[in-house]
Structure formats: C-alpha cells, structure tokens
Design a protein around this ligand. Structure first.
Ligand code: SAM
Length: 321
C-alpha cells in the first residue's frame, strides 16, 4: 500500500512518521497558521494541511539543509549527492571514505553534505560536539543512501518547495507565539524528559533538555491556551518504569487539557517482554481542545480521571455529532 504521508529522508530519531495516522486526525481542521515548534525530521509539519506552515528547530544545520532543498532544483540536489558518494566512494563498509567526507563537511558546512553523512552514519544521528563539529561515527553495515532514501528525498523536496512553508532555527523559548489566534495551531514534539535522545543530552553544542526547558514549554503552552490558540503536545507519561511527574502535575492543574492515548507501533517480540516487565512506554498527545476524531468515531480519549469523563460539554458534543 502506498503511504499517503511523506516520510522524512533523514530517518530522524524520535520521528513521528509511524504514528502520523493516529495523531494527524486529532488535529483541528481548517488551520490558518501551523507551527511545528520542534520540527526535527519534518515528518509532522510537512504532512499537515494549513494555509501557512512554519517548521522550527534549534538545530541550525538541519534547518540549513531544509533551506537548501527549498531553494535548489531537485535535479541539482540529487546531482550533488551522487557526486559526493562517488567522490568519497561511500558504501556500507568504507569507513575511511565516511571520515574523509566528515572532515570535509566540518571545514565547509555544506548542508547537502550533512545529509550524505547522516545517510551513512550510526543510527542516522545528527550529532555535533561543542565546537559544532559533526562527530557521529560511521554506521558500518547498517546505514547507507539507497533507492528508498532517494524516493523519500524527492517527495520531501516537493513538499518543502510548496510556497506556504517557512523555516526558522530558533530556540523555542525565543519563538514569539503571541501573534497567534484561534484558527492557528501549534504542535510540539520536544525531546522527552524521561527518555534519552541525542538532542536531550546537552552534548552537541546545542541546548540540552532538562526540567527547566520542560517547565518553560509548559508555561508557553498555558499562554497559548489563554490566548485561545489550539495546541497539541506529544510526550510520554511513563517510560521504562519512570514517570514524568512534572507533566502529570501540569495536567492535574489544567483539567481542561485532554490526554489522547497513542498506541505505539511495536512489531518486535520485545514488546511482550516490555509489557510483562511493566517497562512499556505510555505515549500521549495532549491537546487543549476536544479532538473531532473522538466525536465522530465514538472513541474516548484517555481521560485523566472519571470526573473529566463526565464532562457535560463533552457529552453534549457527542450527542450532537
Ligand atoms: C523528537 S524530535 C522531533 C521529531 C519530529 N517531530 C519528527 O517527526 O521528525 C525533537 C526536536 O527538538 C529539537 N530541539 C531540542 N531542543 C530544542 C529547543 N530548545 N528549541 C527548539 N528545538 C529544539 C531537536 O533538535 C529535535 O530535532
């Protein structure tokens, strides 16, 4: 079956491609301005319909890559990539070629070279040291640029070149959201406080993710709520036996926020083991509105408590749907 969603060619860690079918139907319709505040691989922002789409990520080299794709023809992008692969003789096994390109990239910072590097790097991670040098090791035998990467890249370029897309590389705290109104929508997929990603270890020359950033984000979301702008926040409430207490406290303080349960796509047998060990991850999408999907499909979101389940407005809406 052909996937209706564009998939990021970056194989982004924490990318939401696999769960788009669950989260996009939970978004409001007829969005004026959509902001993907932590855009990462762009899996969400590029698959949403809105009059204007803003992708933001503080990883400036990532946004530079998107700008390069936006401003150059598909043909010239592909030509550059193939030229680099041939010049450095890149393959699943040529570590020396990979390291030579890495040195070249750190001297020149050509955004398309970053993409080639990431295609051949360990777990496709985008990782920099404090001097802003790309330092991810070689993805020996596992990572390469292949026909499926190229097909994803071509679709991705088509989407990025839609003229309603704007790109920013700001720290989310500096992104002014006060201009947004009731038909605008902010999606947040930040690093998760209780899981470990390369972007929340603070070791890549960019801000890490700690309780301080988490609080600042929750505060920003409350401000959006006060100005009647809809938001959705992806996160995990539990992971490997750990709980995100800060998030739970915030939910208790804001009884109008809705917790929508997201089923994780576990295809490996490990899942059963995880469930048995109570190590499973509880992934959620928190919204400050009642998603229409629930109204139409007779589904209940995962309510925080039974009081919310008895919310009169909610039941009125269900009756009239
Ligand atoms: C979970 S990833 C987003 C994945 C994305 N939704 C996707 O589907 O591809 C989180 C992103 O937040 C970015 N990030 C981390 N700290 C940030 C900050 N302070 N401001 C803006 N972006 C930040 C990281 O660079 C990373 O790309």
């Amino acid at each position: 079956m052909h996937d209706v969603f564009v998939k990021s060619p970056l194989n982004y860690i924490g990318g939401k491609h696999k769960i788009l079918k669950q989260i996009i139907p939970l978004f409001p319709q007829n969005i004026n301005c959509f902001i993907d505040l932590f855009a990462g691989g762009g899996n969400v922002g590029l698959n949403v319909e809105a009059k204007k789409i803003i992708l933001n990520d503080n990883l400036v080299y990532l946004i530079d890559f998107y700008k390069e794709l936006q401003n150059n023809s598909k043909q010239s992008v592909l030509k550059h990539i193939h030229k680099r692969i041939n010049h450095y003789n890149l393959s699943l096994t040529n570590e020396d070629g990979y390291k030579a390109l890495r040195t070249h990239y750190n001297q020149t910072k050509n955004p398309l070279d970053l993409f080639v590097l990431v295609s051949y790097s360990f777990n496709h991670q985008i990782r920099f040291n404090n001097n802003h040098e790309f330092n991810n090791p070689f993805g020996k035998e596992r990572s390469c640029y292949n026909p499926s990467t190229e097909s994803n890249l071509k679709d991705f370029i088509d989407k990025l070149q839609d003229n309603n897309i704007e790109l920013y590389s700001k720290n989310f705290e500096d992104f002014d959201l006060s201009f947004l109104g009731k038909n605008d929508f902010v999606y947040c997929d930040p690093p998760y406080l209780i899981t470990l990603g390369t972007y929340n270890d603070g070791k890549r020359g960019f801000t890490g993710w700690s309780e301080r950033e988490e609080r600042a984000l929750l505060y920003k979301l409350d401000k959006l709520n006060k100005q009647n702008t809809h938001f959705a926040l992806s996160n995990v409430l539990e992971h490997k036996g750990k709980k995100n207490d800060l998030l739970e406290q915030w939910l208790r303080a804001n009884s109008n926020y809705i917790v929508n349960d997201i089923a994780m796509n576990y295809s490996n047998s490990n899942y059963q083991t995880k469930i048995r060990n109570k190590q499973a991850t509880k992934e959620v999408l928190i919204t400050n509105y009642m998603p229409k999907k629930h109204l139409f499909e007779n589904e209940l979101p995962l309510f925080k408590n039974t009081k919310d389940c008895c919310d009169e407005v909610y039941w009125e809406q269900r009756k009239s749907a």
